[in-house]
Design a protein around this ligand. Structure first.
Ligand code: WTA
Length: 647
């Protein structure tokens, strides 16, 4: 039995949801989803109220997901306008710059309204219309949030590309969604260095249609090159732009955004989220999972380039009229106390981060934390990967001083919001366990071979979800076939998460990690296929296989097996060249940790690469290679073991 950590009586008493309420609400949400979600649908303001709640078909070949489909609304009006009367002067966004000596900005809901309307009018002047796509490639500055909300205001669909992606990756995504406008900044300051975003954008745009326009926000004022007629200066246009822009009336099922994410095969796919259900789900989970109350200061340290930033920096908090912190920097700049100094400076109540950041900070010693006044913290959260008990205990004892419940939130880009997590006032937490399903979520564990539901406890297998919830993705951008194939074909009638899970004797869930060829590097999702195709695009590489291996800080590292073209000689220099190559093709987050020269790869007689074996070698667990009898050439494996890279 693992040790459990119940919430303090005070937290439980004051929380929105206590244990009895969770049980009752959860039962109701499963017994009658229509009634439950009808009521929850009232948390957003509708222009035309919905009469239908749920209209979902999970049958392979015919998958369609609709929520509140005859209602109309506008997301930006829900995140801004409806708060103006009662919260106009309340701070919507606290912007904390990379450089601690640069003053923070407090942006009120009124100011947010002005800036978003101006940005919306600028986009309209650039020719953006309802349904058009706008790509954002931005630093973590308030203008990123303005741009998202401005798109929502006029009914344009945003697609954010994380600023750490390379020009090549950016170009592919601009073309993938056929975007009309790219919004970027001159530079992105991070950790004392500045990424030249505009220059990256210039390179990306070389591979895009000439008609794509580029709106540039000046962040540092550093030098950029300018293409007349294509590039537009936001800081100039904003001076003239009108601050009045009526919100477009959108159908609940109109797309709000596309966000590219990695899968087990092929190139990243555009996850499509729509308007009504997504907003209901983001705002509801934000309020209940973080026990958010009026006047709390909420800080999610993610980047808006990831789904966590979409749902829990921008849409969830602002729909709830909250004060949300946007942090431009990194946890270790100027030193390892930055997170905690920002918590102290802005009296943060809820702090939400990734295990990888905690593991990195944990190694720097406790003084960086304990010298800060963290008494404002009430709830802590983690996301992105399983949290190991050491990091959990450190978070609990050193950061939370044993007072703050930790919500270990399991979810995905595809799910729009949290699917499993303890609720702070309701559940006795177990370090490393995502614990309980959120309202309306029915997780099931299936036998991976037979696909049959395991109903007894304890159980272990693949994790699927039985029925839909409003925040679920609706399709893959312009590829509904791929959507069905990825999520609904392996286990018919369920949404397949790609994760494995255990359910313990008490019925609590533990995520065991991906069961497909997706790896999780520092909380970032990476398809091994993407890294492989980057490697084989190099002229000296004949073949490549990429697997994850356990990494102390990053969770998983990237291990590459590379077979060179005939006549090419392995060298340290070439290894460096390939590493740089992958960074250019994808971005720094895809940098290989190890590259092993592989004269051959272990394959079955039918030519399929046996990744299981490659994983074992990368993990240095070669004592248990399992069945190797189907190998076409067993000597390949001996060579790989003998020449294993790394420690
Ligand atoms: C993993 C991030 C364990 C999981 C919101 C999932 C987690 C993938 C957790 C989605 C958690 C996320 N515990 N694993 N609390 N949260 N994951 O799309 O493997 O970037 O499938 O969404 O991260 O990553 P994504």
């Amino acid at each position: 039995m693992s040790k459990t950590f119940p919430p303090s009586p005070e937290i439980a008493k004051n929380a929105h949801i206590d244990s009895a309420k969770y049980d009752a609400m959860y039962a109701a949400s499963i017994a009658d989803p229509d009634a439950f979600w009808h009521e929850q649908g009232q948390r957003v303001d509708w222009i035309k109220p919905f009469t239908k709640v749920k209209d979902v078909n999970y049958n392979f070949g015919d998958v369609s997901i609709n929520w509140y489909s005859d209602g109309t609304l506008n997301v930006s009006a829900n995140c801004i306008d409806r708060h103006l009367e009662t919260r106009g002067d309340k701070t919507a966004i606290i912007f904390e710059p990379d450089d601690p000596n640069e003053p923070a900005q407090h942006i009120s809901y009124k100011q947010l309204s002005t800036s978003v309307n101006k940005m919306a009018n600028i986009l309209e002047e650039l020719g953006v219309r309802k349904g058009d796509r706008v790509v954002l490639y931005m630093p973590m500055i308030p203008e990123a949030a303005y741009a998202m909300l401005a798109c929502a205001r006029i009914g344009a669909i945003h697609s954010i590309v994380f600023a750490g992606f390379s020009p090549d990756a950016l170009g592919t995504r601009i073309n993938g969604s056929d975007a009309k406008v790219l919004i970027t900044a001159d530079y992105a300051p991070r950790g004392g260095k500045a990424t030249p975003l505009k220059s990256n954008a210039d390179q990306a745009l070389l591979h895009c249609k000439d008609s794509v326009k580029c709106l540039v926000v000046k962040r540092t004022g550093g030098q950029t090159t300018w293409t007349e007629g294509r590039d537009f200066d936001y800081n100039e246009l904003v001076l003239e732009a009108s601050d009045v822009c009526a919100p477009a009336e959108m159908s609940a099922e109109d797309p709000l955004f596309v966000l590219y994410t990695s899968g087990s095969t092929g190139m990243p796919k555009g996850v499509v989220h729509t308007t009504g259900g997504y907003l209901v789900y983001a705002s509801m989970t934000h309020e209940m999972v973080f026990d958010y109350k009026e006047n709390d200061i909420f800080w999610c340290t993610a980047d808006v380039g990831w789904v966590t930033g979409h749902s829990y920096i921008v849409y969830g908090p602002l729909a709830n009229g909250a004060t949300t912190v946007m942090f431009e920097g990194v946890p270790t700049y100027p030193d390892a106390s930055r997170f905690w100094q920002v918590c102290e400076k802005h009296s943060v109540n809820q702090f939400y981060t990734a295990p990888t950041a905690l593991r990195a900070l944990m190694g720097q010693g406790n003084d960086f934390v304990t010298k800060c006044d963290l008494s404002s913290l009430r709830i802590l959260g983690t996301v992105g990967e399983p949290i190991n008990p050491e990091a959990w205990n450190w978070y609990n004892e050193i950061v939370g001083q044993g007072r703050c419940p930790i919500v270990d939130t399991w979810w995905q880009t595809e799910t729009g919001g949290h699917l499993m997590t303890p609720l702070p006032g309701a559940h006795a937490m177990k370090p490393g366990s995502a614990m309980k399903p959120f309202f309306g979520i029915e997780p099931v564990i299936l036998d991976p071979q037979t696909g049959i539901e395991i109903t007894t406890n304890p159980a272990e297998g693949v994790l699927c979800i039985k029925d839909s919830w409003p925040g679920q993705m609706r399709t893959v951008w312009e590829d509904h076939e791929r959507f069905q194939q990825t999520y609904f074909s392996d286990y018919k009638g369920y949404y397949f998460t790609g994760d494995g899970a255990k359910r313990d004797e008490d019925g609590d869930y533990w995520i065991t990690g991906r069961v497909d060829d997706v790896i999780n590097v520092s909380g970032h999702r990476m398809g091994t296929a993407e890294v492989e195709s980057a490697l084989v695009a190099h002229s000296k590489v004949a073949e490549a296989a990429v697997v994850g291996f356990p990494h102390d800080i990053k969770g998983q590292g990237i291990y590459c097996y590379v077979t060179l073209m005939n006549g090419e000689e392995p060298s340290e220099e070439l290894r460096k060249e390939l590493r740089t190559w992958v960074r250019t093709e994808i971005g720094p987050i895809a940098s290989p940790d190890f590259i092993q020269w592989a004269p051959g790869l272990p394959k079955t007689r039918s030519g399929k690469i046996m990744r299981r074996i490659l994983r074992k070698i990368a993990e240095n667990d070669t004592g248990s290679l399992g069945d190797t009898s189907t190998l076409a050439d067993p000597s390949v494996v001996e060579d790989l073991i003998a020449n294993r890279a790394g420690a």
